[in-house]
Structures are given as structure tokens and as C-alpha cells.
Design a protein around this ligand. Structure first.
Ligand SMILES: Nc1ncnc2c1ncn2[C@@H]1O[C@H](COP(=O)(O)OP(=O)(O)OP(=O)(O)O)[C@@H](O)[C@H]1O
Ligand SMILES: O=C(O)C1=C[C@@H](O)[C@@H](O)[C@H](O)C1
Length: 253
């Protein structure tokens, strides 16, 4: 078999099970380490923090990051900051795409088509955006309700912004979110959280957002936790390589 090439001449050729292919570390490992744990990157905490966002893109290798959580938890505000800090990722917001695609506001869609109609469009939008790469995607608070949406979210890394309803209420009181047009919006938020909590908690990363944390601070935490998640969940080839090396076996011929 001719070695598989990934757009350029292979530097190393692996041979396993009768097949030969290029060492995937050549294509995927860009030598970028977790800046919070790196011995190469030295400097003040502030300096490391400022480069941490920029260094996340190469380590994510194109994988999307999805923010989930109850409405008002900061998914759009924090997602936008994260994409700007990374520099190489785009920011998308499923609620905003729905409004642009339908030419209607979310309250108008709820009024005309009901919640079920909104959920159908929301699933269609997620279906069309999830094949893109290098995106930070803020999702609608109810995206986790439909099981079919989970398989799409799990093509990327999922971050739950876990924020108390009381804190959220103080931020979004008086806005036109359709599900909160009740006599007791705080109770409604609590009920929604109780219904969805077991779904949100399936996220890869959970960030506890408290009242004293501004959006920049939450973005800092998201960056740190994403770097840590990548360390703790290395791709299969990386595990195989270190296992082979530990056992003194040939990995690269
Ligand atoms: N950590 C924070 N500190 C202060 N204000 C915040 C914080 N997070 C979000 N906000 C503010 O709260 C409001 C709601 O935030 P945002 O729209 O980002 O939430 P969301 O999770 O995207 O909501 P939805 O699901 O309804 O789209 C915005 O005005 C935002 O600026
Ligand atoms: O929690 C929800 O169900 C919603 C959250 C918003 O982001 C919007 O998607 C819409 O208002 C519904």
C-alpha cells in the first residue's frame, strides 16, 4: 500500500496490521502545550493568560466548542469573547441564525409556530452548522431537550455555563424571552433548570458562574478548562504512541 498522504510528503511512515500510513502526530501535533502547565512558556500569570486563548485553536484542531446552559447564563456574551481571544475561530449563535434564516424574531416564531415549531427550526439550524469547523457556538437554552441534538453537540466540546436563576434574573429581567412571559419568571427559570439539569450536566466541561464573575472572567475559566480537558482526553493516536514508547516498541519506522 502507498502511504496515505495528508496533503504533503509524509515524513514518517507507520506500519501496522499490514497497512502503512503517515505518523498522525506529524499532521496533528503542532507542538502546542497547555500554557498553564508548560515549562517552556514562562512569564507572569497575566502573560500566560493572554496567550492562552490564542494557543487554544491549534490544540482544538478545528473542533467546535458549544456553550449550553439556561437562558441568560452568558453563552452568547462569553462565546463571543472566547472567539475573539482565540483569533482563529468564528463565533456563531444558533438563536441569531434562526432569526436571520426565518426573518422573524424568536418571540414571533413562538407566537406563530409555538414552541414545537421553534424546536424544529432550532434542530435544523444545529444540523446545518455542526459540520463546520473552527467555530465557537452559543446555543439556545432549550437545545438539549431534543435527543437528536446531542449527537450533533458531541461532535465538538460542550461547555455548560451553570448559573443560579437568581443571578440570571437580575441580568435579564424585562427582556422579551418568550418562556419568561409569566407572572413568576424566576420560578419558570428554576423549573426549566430542574427539567434540563441532567442534560446540561452531560457537558464535557461545567463552569460554575457566580455573581461576582464578569464575562471576561468566565471566558478565562473556559479557556483554562478547555486546555485541561484536552490534556485529560488526548486523541487515540497520542495514547497509542506513548504506550508503544513506554513498552519500547517501534512506533515510527
Ligand atoms: N458573567 C456575567 N456578568 C455580567 N453580565 C453578564 C454575564 N454573563 C452574561 N451577562 C449579561 O447577561 C445578559 C444575558 O447574557 P447572554 O445573552 O450572553 O446569555 P445567553 O445564555 O446567551 O442567553 P439566551 O440563551 O437567552 O440566548 C446579557 O446582557 C449579558 O451581557
Ligand atoms: O431556554 C429556552 O428554551 C430558550 C432559550 C433562548 O436561548 C431561546 O432559544 C428561546 O427563547 C428558548
Amino acid at each position: 500500500f502507498a502511504p496515505l498522504t495528508l496533503g504533503r510528503a509524509p515524513a514518517f511512515v507507520l506500519s501496522a496490521g499490514g497497512f502503512e500510513w503517515e505518523d498522525p502526530s506529524e499532521a496533528f501535533d503542532q507542538g502546542v502545550e497547555n500554557p498553564f502547565k508548560s515549562e517552556v512558556l514562562v512569564g507572569s500569570d497575566e502573560k500566560i493568560k493572554s496567550s492562552a486563548g490564542r494557543l487554544l485553536g491549534p490544540r482544538l484542531n478545528g473542533s467546535n466548542v458549544y456553550f449550553v446552559g439556561i437562558m441568560g447564563s452568558g453563552k452568547s456574551a462569553v462565546g463571543d469573547i472566547l472567539a475573539r481571544r482565540m483569533g482563529t475561530y468564528n463565533f456563531l449563535d444558533t438563536d441569531e441564525i434562526i432569526e436571520r434564516a426565518t426573518g422573524m424574531t424568536i418571540p414571533e416564531i413562538f407566537k406563530a409556530e409555538g414552541e414545537e415549531g421553534f424546536r424544529t427550526v432550532e434542530a435544523q439550524v444545529l444540523d446545518s452548522v455542526h459540520p463546520y469547523v473552527r467555530c465557537i457556538i452559543s446555543t439556545g437554552g432549550g437545545i438539549v431537550i431534543k435527543l437528536e441534538n446531542w449527537s450533533k453537540l458531541q461532535t465538538g466540546l460542550v461547555v455548560w455555563l451553570d448559573c443560579e436563576p437568581e443571578v440570571i434574573m437580575r441580568r435579564i429581567e424585562g427582556t422579551d424571552r418568550p418562556l419568561l412571559q409569566t407572572d413568576n419568571p424566576l420560578q419558570k427559570l428554576k423549573d426549566l433548570l430542574a427539567e434540563r439539569e441532567d442534560k446540561y450536566s452531560q457537558a464535557d466541561i461545567r463552569i460554575k458562574v457566580t455573581e461576582d464573575m464578569d464575562t471576561e472572567h468566565v471566558a478565562d475559566l473556559a479557556i483554562r478548562e478547555l486546555h485541561n480537558f484536552i490534556d485529560e482526553n488526548p486523541p487515540a493516536w497520542k495514547l497509542a504512541k506513548s504506550k508503544a514508547q513506554a513498552e519500547g516498541l517501534d512506533w515510527v519506522k
